[in-house]
Design a protein around this ligand. Structure first.
Ligand code: AMP
Ligand code: MG
Length: 364
């Protein structure tokens, strides 16, 4: 067992310094100074080859120096992650990104100029700077510039690329709160920067930018529609649409996001959801319901987790919801489905990967 150090970090939003602001500026400034010191300490640990989890705008990442093979191995060990699943290298600036890759194609340059920093990973041709276990031996590397203030400051302080997959035990839902990281990895990692809950709540969009047309390998908060608006034509990895095709992002072949209890998706109306709950209860099952606030109010289940009022809130709460139902609470989780438009595409991608079964009332 390692001793995992936990720093509570308060990111200070620039609006705290607005004129006429009633907040105590002295207190805010000292918090900032303390937070900066904690981030520096975490950066020193990372540079020395240790593992530190940190918040980003998507989910918490588990970081290690991407140029240090031994340090990167510690990530795979802590998570129990299969070695053939490559890691994303995180950097603070475009200059740092350029140190890791071959000269950019015009498409890659346009994509990076438009969408970085943000919740998107660019798959580019690697120049071999990162350790081979980061890329799982591929000639390409996934690189991301997060825009979360703690992640950004940490990466700037490190000044080396930081390999960081989601900071969960492999196969579990990704962590969107420091407590999720703590539950999975306390004693297995060296540090945790606790910055509260993450904003988006789903992993980054992964886009292959090595050819003339971008290929979406994993949907995320930067949507197909947004990319199309900039580059015209976008391709989707066929594996995202058909399960018999091998995914281009090696990690997408794994079952992800598995909650502790079986999850079934219910397509259709509120009545279809209530019917499915009633049927499961008839055979003695205790049923938990994951659904938007409106549905939760209209349906009766043994336990409910309201996901929010819009798709952004649903994305932000989804993994906490999946983690929330424990075996002792319920025997089955039912979740409603959402429109695939915009962020809904990423939400439905994660739900399909987490679910054992899809119930379609029209075909039942
Ligand atoms: P995670 O960091 O746990 O969210 O997983 C990273 C995702 O990015 C996985 O699905 C990986 O397979 C994918 N990925 C990382 N690097 C590459 C790469 N060079 N080519 C294709 N996919 C990648
Ligand atoms: Mg992951």
């Amino acid at each position: 067992m390692k001793q995992t150090k936990r720093w509570i970090v308060t990111p200070v939003q620039p609006q705290s310094y607005k004129e006429n602001d009633q907040t105590d500026i002295t207190k805010e400034l000292s918090t900032t100074t303390m937070s900066k010191q904690m981030i520096q300490e975490a950066a020193t640990m990372l540079r020395a080859g240790f593992t530190v989890a940190f918040p980003t705008e998507t989910v918490y990442g588990l970081g290690a120096d991407a140029t240090n093979e031994t340090a990167v191995n510690r990530i795979f060990e802590a998570k129990g992650r299969p070695a053939d699943n490559p890691l994303i290298a995180h950097v603070a600036t475009k200059e740092q990104l350029m140190r890791l890759v071959e000269p950019l194609t015009p498409l890659a340059q346009l994509m990076i100029d438009t969408f970085a920093p943000g919740p998107i990973t660019f798959v580019l041709k690697s120049n071999g700077t990162c350790a081979t276990n980061v890329t799982a031996g591929l000639q390409t590397i996934g690189v991301r510039l997060p825009e979360h203030p703690i992640a950004h400051e940490l990466l700037q302080a490190c000044d080396v690329p930081i390999a960081a997959p989601s900071a969960n035990t492999s196969g579990k839902p990704s962590p969107t709160a420091a407590d999720h990281v703590w539950t999975d990895l306390n004693g297995r990692i060296d540090g945790l920067l606790d910055g509260g809950t993450t904003g988006i709540g789903l992993e980054s969009t992964v886009v292959d930018c090595t050819e003339d047309i971008p290929i979406i390998l994993r949907p995320g908060a930067v949507t197909r529609e947004q990319i199309e608006a900039v580059v015209g034509h976008v391709m989707i990895d066929p594996a995202l649409l058909r399960s018999d095709s091998k995914p281009k992002a090696p990690g997408m072949k794994y079952t992800h996001y598995a909650p502790d209890v079986p999850l079934w998706l219910v397509e259709g109306s509120v009545k279809a959801i209530q019917d499915s709950i009633n049927e499961a209860r008839l055979v003695g099952k205790k049923v938990g319901l994951l659904a938007c606030d409106e549905t939760v109010q209209m349906v009766e289940a043994d336990r409910v987790y309201p996901l929010g009022t819009n798709i952004q809130e649903v994305a932000a709460h989804l993994y906490d919801g999946l983690r929330d139902f424990k075996r002792s609470d319920v025997d089955l989780i039912l979740c409603e489905t959402f429109s695939e438009e915009g962020l809904g595409g990423a939400v439905m991608n994660r739900l399909r990967k987490a679910a054992q079964r899809v119930i379609n009332s029209a075909t039942e």
